[in-house]
Design a protein around this ligand. Structure first.
Ligand code: 13P
Length: 336
C-alpha cells in the first residue's frame, strides 16, 4: 500500500468523510451575510474553530479542507489551525485552485485557474501540515453545454494539478462539479457527468497520476434544480452508482460526494441509498460544505458565544452523514 493510498483510507474509511470548509472569502462573505454576521477574518475563524473543536470530529470527520486564510490562522489560544485538526485525528487539507474565470472562446463557461506557481505553493502547504488538496472544475448544463472545450480543458487542468500534488506527497481531491442549475432531466445529468468524468480519467492516466492515491469528488446524478420532475432517492442512487461504475477505474479507492445545493436531509438520504445499493468496491462517502454546515451556521449566527448549541447542531449533522456513509441512516433519526 502506497503512502498516498494510506492517507486516502485514513480520510474516508470507517464511516468518516470530509468537511469542506474551504469557502473562499467571497463565498464565506455571502454565507455569513445571509445570516446577518459581518464577514471578517475573526468571525470566519470563530465559526470554523467552533466546528473543528466539536466532538464529532473524532468519529465522523477524516479530513477538513481549508482555505488559504484559515490554514494560516491560529486559535484563540494560539494553536495553529492544522494542529487543532490533526489532534482530533482528522487530516488537514487545502484548496489550491485560485477560482474560476471565463473560458476563452466559450465565455459562458468556466475554467479553473491556479497552475502557475502551484509547485511552490504546495511545498508551503505541506510545511503547514496539509496532506491532501482540492481543485474544483465547474460545468453547467444547457443545450450546448458543457462543451467539448470545457470538458477537455478542465480535465487537463485537474490532471496537471493532480500530478503536481502527488509529486509533493499529498493526495489530490479531484472535483469535477456538474452544476444542478437548470431544468434538465436526470438522464441529461447522467450523460453529461459521465462524459466529464471519463475525460478526467483519460487525462489523469495520460499524466501518469497514481489512481490509488486520489479521491474523486463528483456530483450525484440529479435532475436540474428547476426541473419539475420529482425523482425518488432510489433512482438517484441507482443512476449515480451506474454512472460511477462505468466511468471510474477500479484502482480508485474512494468517492466523496459534494452536496451541491441539496438540503442537508436530501444529501444524507441520497448518500445512504447509494451505500445501501453499492455493489462496487469504491468507498462512497461525503465531502460536504453546505450539507454539513448550514444548520450549524444558522445556530451560531443567533448567538456566536453559544459554542455548545452550535457544536450540538454540527455533531448531529456529521453523525447523520457518517451513518449515511455506512448505509445506516434513517429519517427517524433526524427528529427527536
Ligand atoms: P457543497 O457540499 O456545499 O457543494 O460544497 C462542496 C465543495 O467543496 C464545493 O467545492
Amino acid at each position: 500500500m502506497s503512502d498516498l493510498n494510506k492517507i486516502v483510507l485514513k480520510i474516508i474509511s470507517s464511516g468518516k468523510g470530509i468537511l469542506a470548509a474551504d469557502e473562499s472569502n467571497g463565498t464565506m462573505t455571502k454565507r455569513l451575510e445571509a445570516v446577518n454576521v459581518k464577514s471578517n477574518p475573526e468571525n470566519r475563524l470563530a465559526f470554523r474553530e467552533t466546528l473543528f473543536s466539536s466532538e464529532c470530529m473524532k468519529e465522523c470527520i477524516g479530513g477538513v479542507i481549508l482555505y488559504d486564510e484559515t490554514i494560516n490562522q491560529k486559535t484563540s489560544l494560539g494553536k495553529p489551525i492544522p494542529d487543532l485538526i490533526s489532534e482530533t485525528g482528522a487530516i488537514p487539507g487545502i484548496k489550491v485552485d485560485t477560482g474560476v474565470k471565463n473560458l476563452a472562446n466559450s465565455s459562458k463557461e468556466k475554467i479553473t485557474e491556479g497552475l502557475d506557481g502551484l509547485r511552490e505553493r504546495l511545498k508551503k502547504y505541506y510545511e503547514l501540515g496539509a496532506r491532501f488538496t482540492k481543485w474544483r472544475g465547474v460545468y453547467s448544463i444547457s443545450n450546448e453545454y458543457p462543451s467539448k472545450l470545457a470538458i477537455h480543458t478542465n480535465a487537463h487542468a485537474l490532471a496537471r494539478y493532480s500530478a503536481l500534488v502527488q509529486e509533493s506527497k499529498m493526495v489530490p481531491i479531484i472535483e469535477p462539479e456538474v452544476l444542478m442549475d437548470g431544468d434538465h432531466s436526470i438522464d441529461i445529468c447522467f450523460k453529461k457527468t459521465s462524459e466529464v468524468i471519463k475525460k478526467c480519467f483519460e487525462e489523469l492516466i495520460l499524466n501518469k497520476v497514481d489512481l490509488s492515491g486520489i479521491i474523486l469528488k463528483p456530483n450525484m446524478i440529479l435532475p436540474g434544480s428547476q426541473s419539475k420532475n420529482k425523482i425518488a432517492g432510489e433512482e438517484i442512487s441507482k443512476k449515480t452508482l451506474e454512472c460511477l461504475e462505468n466511468s471510474v477505474p477500479n484502482e480508485v479507492p474512494g468517492i466523496a460526494f459534494l452536496s451541491g445545493g441539496q438540503s442537508e436531509i436530501e444529501a444524507s438520504e441520497n448518500l445512504n441509498l447509494i451505500n445501501k445499493n453499492n455493489r462496487t468496491k469504491f468507498i462512497m462517502t461525503y465531502s460536504y460544505g453546505r450539507a454539513l454546515q448550514q444548520s450549524a451556521l444558522k445556530t451560531w449566527s443567533k448567538n456566536t458565544k453559544d459554542i455548545e448549541s452550535t457544536q450540538n447542531t454540527f455533531n448531529h449533522r456529521a453523525k447523520m452523514c457518517s451513518l449515511a456513509a455506512q448505509g445506516k441512516w434513517s429519517i427517524n433519526l433526524e427528529y427527536k
